[in-house]
Structures are given as C-alpha cells and as structure tokens.
Design a protein around this ligand. Sequence first.
Ligand SMILES: [Fe+2]
Ligand SMILES: [Fe+2]
Length: 183
Amino acid sequence: MSDKPFLTDVKTLRERARQHIQDGAVTAGYGGDTKTAIKLLNDALATEIVCVLRYKLHYFVARGIHSGHVADEFLQHANDEQAHADRIAERIVQLGGDPDLSPEGLVSRSHTEYVETQDLAQMIRENLVAERIAIDSYRELVAYFAPFDSTSRKMLEEIMAQEEDHADDLADLLHRLPKDIEH
Ligand SMILES: [Fe+2]
Ligand SMILES: [Fe+2]
C-alpha cells in the first residue's frame, strides 16, 4: 500500500473540480445548478473523510512512536475534519441532495490523498500538503458559491480558515520536531 496503488492523481482531480466550477454558469436563482453544487460539495465531503482517516491513522501510528503533542495534534485535526464533513453533509441535504458517504471510490473523489507512513516527519509533511490542497480547493469553491449561495460560501470560508490554522499548526510541528524527538 505504501507504493500508493490507490492514490489518484491530485492534479487530475483538481482540474476536474475546476472544470465543474467553470461549467457552473451562474444563472438567476439556484434551481439551474444544484446538481453541480451538490457534486462539488460531495467532492469536498470525500476530501474531508479521507483527511479524517489519514489523521486518525497518523494519530495511532504516531502515538506508538512518540506519544507527544504531535499525536494529540493529529487527533485534534481528525476531529475538526469530521466536524467539517458533518457540516458539508448537512448542507448537501439542505440543497436537496444525498451526501455520498460510499467507501467505494472515496479516494478518487477526494482532492487529498491517504498516505501511510511510519515516519513522523513525513506524516506531518503529507498532512501539510493535504491542508494546502484543501485550502486551494476551498478558495475555488468559495469563489464558485459566492455569487448565488451565501450560506454555502460562509460555511466554506469558515472551514477554509480552520484548514489554514491546521496548516500553521503543522508547519510549527515540523519546525519543532527535531527537539521533540530527542525527548
Ligand atoms: Fe477539513
Ligand atoms: Fe484540515
């Protein structure tokens, strides 16, 4: 699994997401395009779930290596990503859609990857990469929703702000890591 057989090309996924955004011509009212909106939110939902799973994995593995605040931070992030997933799922229902929680194809719907590693520094780096991808994706989604759906836009901005905090936390962890490992 460490050879990444299930990992989908992030670039392709993001190009696809961008294409959907371009397809979504903003018309009067919402009616015309809820299908695209729900599809985009379901991709964001898949991304959050993959992030929950990756952070949970890293939490348990990190706890075995080094039971410090790195593991605690991963767990905190896993819980935050779960809360994001729940908010997005709720919004999908409000828009008349069904949250896609199917495990089948989950990784290919996600913008971020599920990375298995035993290396603490690599865990932090992979999570930082994932957060940066998530931030970019949310920025695009915010721009997509802004003209016609202020509720979704606001939710996505709030989630994006938390992803920015996560990225900061991880950058700090990476910086402090050599010191932590000595103890
Ligand atoms: Fe998140
Ligand atoms: Fe995050």
